[in-house]
Design a protein around this ligand. Sequence first.
Ligand code: SF4
Ligand code: SF4
Length: 205
Amino acid sequence: MERNNILSVQQSRDSDFIREVEEASGQNVSKCYQCGNCMASCVYTFAYDYPVTQIMRLIQLGQRDTVLSSRSIWLCANCQACTTRCPNNIDVAQVMEALRIMTRQADTVSQPDIQAFYDEFLRSVKTFGRVFETGLLPVYNMRVKKPFTDFDLAPRLLKKGKITFFPALVKNRKKIAEIFEVTKRECFSKAGKARPEPLSSKTDT
Ligand code: SF4
Ligand code: SF4
């Protein structure tokens, strides 16, 4: 397993970066006083290149390139443990979400396989009204160029009824697809062009 990087601040400070992250996330990152509660709560600290506390500090220091190319952003499971335990009521998980969106815009996604999973999961929900695993997995595998990953599990899962050959018929699938469109429109109309592109926008079929 790769280890956390040593925090070193080498880039010149990008003073616009913290403002952009605060606008995108709606959170006051400046209030973070580095208590470390978020890092201590995070189950993925062992796998991150920069623990979440350091991500917050790097944002304060305007280290745009380091933050937007970090592995941590895409390994984050959005579990909210950091948010729950922050004594300053910073929604840290929301900051991580905003950073993921910003990396898409900057084209610096460090974990394209994870991005592909997000995209295909949302595309499946938008199309079928709920995720259709049997359709999702082959498409995802092809997209990440690992066509046979977990293929051997399919017969057992089918036999146990965990997955099905055909998607479930969810009522009002069109309404669910509309939620994606409305969410996308609202994101842009509320915050204007400066607002990062919503995740679902790249799942359009
Ligand atoms: S939301 Fe992300 S950063 Fe926060 S505790 Fe969960 S995995 Fe860690
Ligand atoms: S828990 Fe809150 S105040 Fe403490 S380091 Fe994390 S973001 Fe900063």
